[in-house]
Design a protein around this ligand. Sequence first.
Ligand code: SAM
Length: 209
Amino acid sequence: MPKLIRVPEKNVEHAYGVYLLSREHRLIKRLRRDHQPTIHGQKSWESAYLMMDYLSHYALPKKGHVMEIGCGWGAISVFCARKYDSRVLAVDLDPAVFPFMNVLSHINAVEIGHRCADFSKLKGRELGQYQTIVGSDICFWDSLVKPLVNLATRALKNGAEQIVIADPGRPTFYEFCDLMTKKHSVHLQEWYAVEPKRAVGEIVLIKNK
Ligand SMILES: C[S@@+](CC[C@H](N)C(=O)[O-])C[C@H]1O[C@@H](n2cnc3c(N)ncnc32)[C@H](O)[C@@H]1O
């Protein structure tokens, strides 16, 4: 079992070496008065915990370039910057998520680059500059499946080494995995996390064949 880490105040959680905040934390409540994410980016989702656990087992290179797509509050970005000194770009379509991400990056003393963009519009040349592209719970609508397939294909074609996506196990996510198997190496595994609480879902690792 993991070592018990005492948190400094209520509504703070500790997971895989980073501090996270619940929706009830005083700083988050204050931010919510001015910023209301509208595409489900209103908290850190459990799939982010799966990804942190996975990336604790399958290490990233130190100081590597990582892009998180559909970052929401950016828990994975913060984790990668904290644990692996990764140079991270966190991308989300909804500008309202970034103030929350900034608070998480400040309390964890890391710097995260960010970009407000639709991931379907990211060009292959830019995607290819990142060794690892990660995302959690970003394939939740039918309309997101094909754009995600196209993004992963473009990224791998242009030099990205791996795409890792965590998901609670939605049909749209499995459809994405199925479509990727046509031309790529796809390794789908059930996964669970134990911090900040137990969570179960899926992780897919996609590479060139
Ligand atoms: C369910 S939330 C997951 C947030 C975060 N990854 C996590 O696990 O806590 C989905 C996120 O994807 C973002 N998103 C949805 N469609 C997007 C798109 N086309 N381009 C970039 N971000 C998108 C939303 O704004 C939201 O922050």
